[in-house]
Design a protein around this ligand. Structure first.
Ligand code: LCS
Length: 393
């Protein structure tokens, strides 16, 4: 079915559907590494591009294409590229868009390994990087150099929840001839559509909200222009960080309930944030749904809802946070986010452990910061759990 002019919820259910001989209502898992050519000419035509038949799963596969096309429709993109993980998406984009002597500006409080691979690995190939607090546009302007090629933002940022103005970044990118890449993992296309605001590339860790059930790792990239798409797809297939057909099937299955899951998790998060905000043991909280968030107005403008991620600190610092994490019973002490279950973790010693302490502090990842990914359980039970755990602090 063509869902191009249909609503977002209809797209969630029907985008990417394929015609296949048995009339399967869902997209089947084409668990094959290779595809049979009809004859020698057909094989040659597939390779030369005269025929669009499938060749080999690292290059393309019907189940994976269905997932890629679904996300492209949801993000209003030209097309999508599914990857083995969110890091597969990030490294494919870096490798496709940067070369020796190029410079990239990135959000300081970006997901730890997305920073680490630039600082410690791509630097060995002559790629320069600057990490700034992109929630202040002036910091971006000040960091631009003649060799800057890419502006890479994560908004809201993991785990500081700082928000970057996508529209303003798109203007800067246009003016300075940069490509604007947005990590939209924390929002999903249900809450934020960066391409509509002028971004060139959007990527996701599919592991999080898009799949939503904490049972696969995956990634996806979408682009506005065919030119950028071709570069990134080429790099992804050459690096071999493609998604697997079963992974794509799971992601498609999870995707169908994206709106329902996010609505419920977000309602829970709003209630929870209000509880946390006034708790006597809590020293600060950052949640885009609270007017105390420094970019509350921007969040309301560019996001269709505040989502279900938040960070907060306890008056007792890291020791108190440790006590809290050791005493939750319902919330799971685990990294990752965006699943149906509530998760709690300590970024300074876990997800962002690879970032030096100096850089962590400069990026706002303080030792007392505890990150919460709110799930879809009964909110009273989540609040009760945090209440009892806070009693141990
Ligand atoms: N982008 C963001 C914003 C992320 O939070 C993560 C992973 C990635 C990209 C990388 O995706 P992956 O390769 O893991 O699919 N974030 C994690 C986190 O906060 N806890 O564990 C993983």
């Amino acid at each position: 079915m063509n869902t191009k002019n249909k609503g977002f919820n209809t797209k969630l259910i029907h985008a990417g559907e394929i015609e296949e001989p048995y009339g399967s209502a869902t997209v089947p898992i084409y668990q094959t590494s290779t595809f049979r050519f009809k004859n020698a000419k057909h094989g040659a035509d597939c390779f030369s591009g005269k025929s669009d038949g499938y060749i080999y799963t690292r290059l393309a596969n019907p189940t994976i294409r269905a997932f890629e096309q679904s996300i492209a429709e949801l993000e209003n993109a030209y097309d999508g590229i599914a990857t083995s993980s969110g890091m597969g998406a990030i490294t494919s984009v870096y490798m496709a868009l940067l070369g020796a002597g190029d410079h990239i500006i990135s959000t300081g409080a970006v997901y730890g390994p997305a920073r680490g691979v630039l600082e410690f690995d791509l630097s060995r190939f002559g790629v320069e990087s600057s990490f700034v607090n992109t929630s202040d546009i002036e910091n971006i302007i000040a960091a631009i150099k003649p060799n800057t090629r890419v502006l890479y933002i994560e908004t809201p940022a993991n785990p500081t929840m700082e928000i970057t103005d996508i529209l303003a970044c798109a203007e800067i990118a246009r003016k300075h001839n940069l490509l604007l890449v947005v990590d939209n993992t924390f929002c999903s296309p249900y809450l934020q559509k960066p391409l509509d605001l002028g971004a060139d590339v959007v990527l996701h860790s599919v592991t999080k909200f898009i799949n939503g059930h904490a049972d696969i790792v995956g990634g996806v990239i979408v682009t506005k222009e065919p030119r950028v798409y071709k570069k990134v797809r080429h790099m992804m297939t050459y690096m071999g960080c493609n998604m697997d057909p079963t992974q794509a099937y799971m992601a498609l299955r999870g995707l169908k309930t994206l709106a329902l899951r996010i609505e419920r998790a977000q309602n829970n998060a709003l209630c929870l944030a209000e509880f946390i905000q006034f708790h006597p043991k809590v020293s600060w909280i950052k949640y885009p749904g609270l007017s105390s968030h420094p970019q509350y107005a921007l969040a309301r403008k560019q996001m269709d809802g505040p989502g279900s991620m938040m960070s907060f600190g306890l008056k007792g610092g890291f020791k108190a946070g440790e006590k809290l994490m050791d005493n939750v019973r319902l919330a799971i002490l685990a990294v990752s986010l965006g699943g149906v279950e509530t998760l709690i973790q300590h970024p300074a010693s876990m997800t962002h452990a690879a970032v030096s302490r100096k850089h962590k502090l400069a990026a706002g990842i303080s030792d007392d910061l505890v990150r919460l990914s709110v799930g879809i359980e009964d909110v009273d039970d989540i609040i009760e759990d945090l209440k009892q755990a806070l009693n141990h602090v």
